[in-house]
Design a protein around this ligand. Structure first.
Ligand code: T46
Length: 140
């Protein structure tokens, strides 16, 4: 697997009036969100992300449509398909994530553990690998 990354199946409460899914922050997440943003109207073939975070934890739900998230811990890589509104993807810090193959109707909602801080991003892959090695020597 990819270090710390997990898929979370959320409830899907079916109802003739329409369905409902829910995430309870304190029960379902390892962090309490400080921020929520959403990505939509992504033109086909576009790739987003391609960075990592020093401290930030995130929880991604494609609430409409579908997209693929490539997660990479510096050792292992996996493609995760988010294509249903009751499936969440938890990303701990130090995961290199790439988002691609958005459908036209995709809406990717992200819950984040901290306020937006561009200084907290790791944008250089070699710097990312260096921090992974440092992390591994601190937590062998
Ligand atoms: C991540 C993936 C999953 C803000 O002003 N506030 C915000 O909270 C965010 C997230 C972005 N922005 C601004 C900064 C940029 O000018 O919005 C613009 C696009 O952001 P960015 O290029 O970082 O977007 P993505 O889709 O590449 O990445 C985002 C998150 O930034 C990042 O945490 O892991 O979604």
């Amino acid at each position: 697997g990819v270090r710390g990354v997990r898929l979370v199946e959320l409830p899907r409460i079916e109802d003739p009036r329409g369905n409902l899914s829910v995430v309870e922050f304190e029960k379902d997440l390892p962090f309490v969100p400080a921020r929520c943003f959403w990505i939509y109207d992504v033109p086909g073939q576009n790739v987003r992300g391609e960075h990592s975070h020093r401290r930030l934890e995130q929880f991604l739900v494609c609430v409409k449509g579908a997209c693929v998230i490539t997660v990479d811990d510096g050792r292992n890589r996996a493609d995760v398909v988010l294509d249903r509104p009751n499936r969440g993807l938890y990303l701990p810090p130090l995961i290199w994530d790439t988002m691609h193959r958005f459908t036209d109707d995709a809406v990717l909602m992200v819950l984040a553990s901290e306020r937006y801080d561009p200084a907290e991003y790791i944008r250089d892959y070699r710097e990312f690998l260096r921090l992974v090695t440092e992390y591994e020597s601190t937590f062998p």
